[in-house]
Design a protein around this ligand. Structure first.
Ligand code: NAD
Ligand code: DAU
Length: 351
């Protein structure tokens, strides 16, 4: 079946995996990647699909209403998969307004364009909003986030994502816009920008630089291989029920410090270093402001209703990830030159 889809944020970490999956799996679809190419957007992530006949790149800022409307006019989209966002919690603490602009205003601009262009015929249209488990706040030692958990965002990032989720649901109820949402836990894998814990630690270990662990490293995250997230997005986009939200997670909780120790062991082995060498780089630094203690997703609904399950054990996924970073030195060099250095110094010098 022919379809023209807008995938926003396709040059980023998760977006590039979603684009690759859709371009390869659905040759009859036209996939338009709408991305502003911020510091986090990198067309190198899509080098292998860039010349495919069913792939088009459009540089667009989703906060620019005229530009977004022009894109809808040009392509007459059948569906939108919305991933574009400011995504890093630490940056949201440094500059909250940038997160409100892109994550809240940008989402509202897209919703409004979809409403305008689909108002006479919403049949077979779909607006999929990709969100995060951080909207649910922080868990104690026990329990899981389900789709019924009340929203309790605690960082400017999660507050902006929570707000965007509310707008998506409001457009469903008010205008009957055919929406579907998902809230996913922490992703890891190739093409992950090295401001986030796992790629930052890989980069630093490789270069014998301190590996900064916030607080005591007791915070817990629930890690999912990025290609499993992309498969979940495919499943939910095609088969999810309208107006519904689906939690996505790997049932794979790790304390930060345990994860970093495991990563150090893998890196020692891959780099031919003596056991214990990389662990010496671990440096406990000042905690993140308002640091959420624990996230853990209950993904039962997605499994029971749509049959999705994660495909990889964490140890296997982590090995694959390390292998990718070691084989893609040039990619790392490109993204860590220039502006990255300035961000890194600002973020870590004070700690
Ligand atoms: P990322 O930061 O790697 O990529 C974001 C992309 O959005 C970049 O390509 C960037 O250029 C683009 N972008 C930013 N502002 C834009 C704007 N104004 N207009 C157009 N494009 C813009 O992010 P990611 O980690 O791939 O996350 C993608 C989505 O998934 C986000 O919505 C995020 O909230 C959500 N999410 C991420 C994770 C995770 O662990 N990374 C987990 C759950 C949900
Ligand atoms: O849970 C989903 C979210 O996961 C996504 O919505 C976000 O876009 C994504 O960035 C991620 O947020 P986190 O804040 O959990 O990811 P980050 O990699 O920044 O941090 C993971 C944990 O590691 C967290 O407890 C903070 C800690 N940390 C992070 C960095 C960058 C450190 O200890 N040291 C660091 O240098």
């Amino acid at each position: 079946m022919k379809k023209t889809l807008l995938i926003t944020g396709g040059a980023g970490f998760i977006g590039s995996h979603v684009i690759r999956l859709f371009v390869n799996k659905y040759p009859a679809y036209t996939i338009v990647n709408g991305d502003a190419l911020t510091y986090a957007g990198n067309l190198e992530n899509l080098a292998d699909v860039k010349d495919r006949p069913n792939y088009i790149f459009e540089k667009v800022d989703i906060t620019d209403e005229n530009a977004v409307n022009a894109l809808f006019e040009k392509y007459q989209f059948d569906g939108v998969i919305h991933l574009a966002a400011e995504s890093h919690v630490d940056r949201s603490i440094l500059d909250p307004l940038a997160f409100i602009r892109t994550n809240v205003l940008g989402t509202a601009v897209l919703l409004n364009a979809a409403r305008k262009y689909w108002k006479d015929n919403m049949e077979n249209k779909r607006f999929y909003h990709v969100s995060t488990d951080e909207v649910f706040g922080s868990l104690g030692e026990e329990g899981f986030f389900t789709e019924e958990t009340a929203y309790d965002p605690r960082s400017p990032y999660s507050a902006s994502k929570a707000s965007s989720d509310h707008f998506v649901k409001a457009y469903y109820h008010t205008y009957h816009l055919p929406v579907v949402l998902s809230n996913c836990s922490n992703n890891y894998g190739s093409n992950h920008f090295p401001e986030k814990l796992i790629p930052l630690a890989i980069h630093n270990i490789k270069n014998n630089k301190p590996v900064p662990v916030y607080g005591k490293g007791e915070n817990v995250r629930d890690w999912l291989f990025v290609e499993d997230h992309a498969r979940a997005i495919d499943t939910i986009f095609h088969n999810g029920r309208l107006g519904e939200t689906y939690n996505i997670g790997g049932f794979n909780e790790w304390k930060n410090i345990d994860l970093i120790r495991l990563l150090c062991q893998v890196m020692d082995r891959k780099l031919g270093r003596e056991d214990g060498t990389s662990e010496k780089l671990i440096t406990f630094v000042k905690d993140r402001a308002g640091h959420d203690l624990r996230y853990a997703i209950d993904a039962t609904k997605l499994n029971k209703e749509l049959g999705w399950a994660p495909s990889l054990q964490f140890e296997e996924g982590l090995e694959k990830t390390v292998d990718w970073y070691l084989a893609n030195e040039e990619w790392l060099q490109h993204v860590t030159s220039g502006a990255y250095q300035q961000y890194y110094n600002e973020q870590y010098q004070q700690r």
